[in-house]
Design a protein around this ligand. Structure first.
Ligand SMILES: Nc1ncnc2c1ncn2[C@@H]1O[C@H](COP(=O)(O)OP(=O)(O)O)[C@@H](O)[C@H]1O
Ligand SMILES: O=C(OP(=O)(O)O)[C@H](O)COP(=O)(O)O
Length: 394
């Protein structure tokens, strides 16, 4: 990576370090249901503590739109982080202002303070320079370790980076290294698996993968736009009528570039979107007019499994079916299983595919699971991430 990281900063002892993390974690009834994003920042926090820095953490949680929302305070994260560090993490009730400044002034070397939700301030999402200045006033150094929010040009991710020396944290560095290697120097055969619900969300990544991958595997709700484009009946399946030409264009581009473009050959259809619905497996040209495609079928599972097993690098973004409902989860499970068993280096691009691997108990068997959904997608599309761009070059 060509951006400086905390390892490039000499003499951190006594420095006040503003660390942007992504503690946007799922919370139910006040309890964190998945603390991966917190655990993954521990190397950065521990490193800064060991170096004697004063660690000031900042994150958003949810989308409170510039107002204080009690359920979106960082109370649960502060408690969880205290457990994980084995040290009390102080929590501020605000993210800027005199009270916070006094709390920072009272910090000892190695202390950790978690600021309140930065999205309680309207200026955060507007990248307001005044808010960025108020954040910058708290610190001597800015560290961005919030890969999951790196695609947002906000005051605490982008604005502040122009006001202080700005470097990446260790999680950010690792995310960019792993995903960057897949993008720029992949081991081959390189297989990109693209699923999920909507074609429109995945256009740019499909296009990019057609250029850089050897095998492109399509699954999930977005398949049906491709089927329809090829003239098949898709019944009540998810469909984006406005993207039919685009879908055909992708198939054509794959041919021209000599890429293997895999689409489902059979699918599970259902007469109702519920666990007790009737289902049947049909070939791609046999979708009944009043049924809905909901998962890939067994023949497709076998083909996709073989491709995955014969790859050297697999990047997976988006489930193969409605994996949240057990009878429709087999396709996604089969892909996750193949990814767990292959000797290829397996990268999951965050979001729902990461949730699926977790649900099937296979997450530990992947080589890398990104902490960013939208961010990893944008990165894989080849877009520049503003939270990264603003950091100091090496
Ligand atoms: N055949 C399908 N019909 C409707 N929804 C689907 C289908 N296959 C997958 N999905 C849904 O797509 C959603 C994930 O889509 P998306 O957000 O694009 O994926 P990701 O978060 O991995 O990028 C899941 O909630 C899943 O239920
Ligand atoms: O959870 C996040 O997005 P993700 O679910 O796409 O990974 C990030 O914290 C960014 O949050 P945002 O999409 O509200 O800006």
């Amino acid at each position: 990576m060509n951006k400086k990281s905390i390892r490039d900063v000499a003499d951190l002892a006594g420095k006040r370090v503003f660390v942007r993390v992504d503690f946007n974690v799922p919370i139910e009834d006040g309890k964190i249901t998945d603390d991966k994003r917190i655990r993954e920042t521990l190397p950065t926090i521990n490193y800064l503590m060991e170096q004697g820095a004063k660690v000031i953490l900042a994150s958003h949680l949810g989308r409170p739109k510039g107002e204080v929302v009690e359920e979106l305070r960082h109370t649960a994260s502060a408690a969880r982080l205290s457990e994980l560090l084995g040290k009390l993490v102080a929590k501020a009730d605000e993210a800027i202002g005199e009270k916070v400044e006094a709390q920072v002034a009272a910090m000892q070397n190695g202390d950790v303070l978690l600021l309140e939700n930065v999205r309680f301030y309207a200026g955060e999402e507007n990248n307001d320079p005044e808010l960025a200045r108020a954040f910058a006033k708290l610190a001597d150094l800015f560290v961005n370790d919030a890969f999951g929010a790196a695609h947002r040009a906000h005051a605490s991710t982008e604005g502040i980076a122009h006001l202080l020396p700005a470097v990446s944290g260790l999680l950010m560095e690792r995310e960019l290294d792993v995903l960057g290697k897949a993008l720029h120097n992949p081991e081959r055969p390189f297989t990109a698996i693209i699923g999920g619900s909507k074609v429109k969300d995945k256009i740019a990544v499909i296009d990019k993968m057609l250029e850089i991958a050897d095998n492109i595997i399509i699954g999930g709700g977005l398949s049906y736009t491709f089927f329809k484009a090829q003239g098949h009946e898709v019944g009540n399946s998810l469909l984006d009528e406005s993207k039919l030409d685009l879908a055909l264009g992708f198939i054509e581009k794959a041919k021209q570039l000599g890429k293997n473009f895999y689409m489902p050959v059979d699918i599970v259809v259902t007469d109702d979107f519920s666990p007790s619905a009737n289902t049947q497996v049909v070939d791609v040209d046999g979708i009944p007019a009043d049924w809905e495609g909901i998962d890939i079928g067994p023949k497709t599972r076998a083909i996709y499994g073989d491709v995955i097993k014969n790859s050297k690098l697999v990047v997976w973004n988006g489930p193969m079916g409605v994996f949240e409902i057990e009878p429709f989860s087999h396709g996604t499970r089969a892909v996750a299983q193949a990814a767990a068993e292959t000797s290829a280096y397996t990268v999951i691009g965050g979001g729902d595919s990461a949730a699926a691997a977790e649900k099937f108990g296979l997450a530990d068997r992947m080589d890398f699971i990104s902490t960013g959904g939208g961010a990893s997608l944008e990165f894989m599309e080849g877009k520049k991430l503003p939270g990264v761009e603003a950091l100091n070059d090496k």
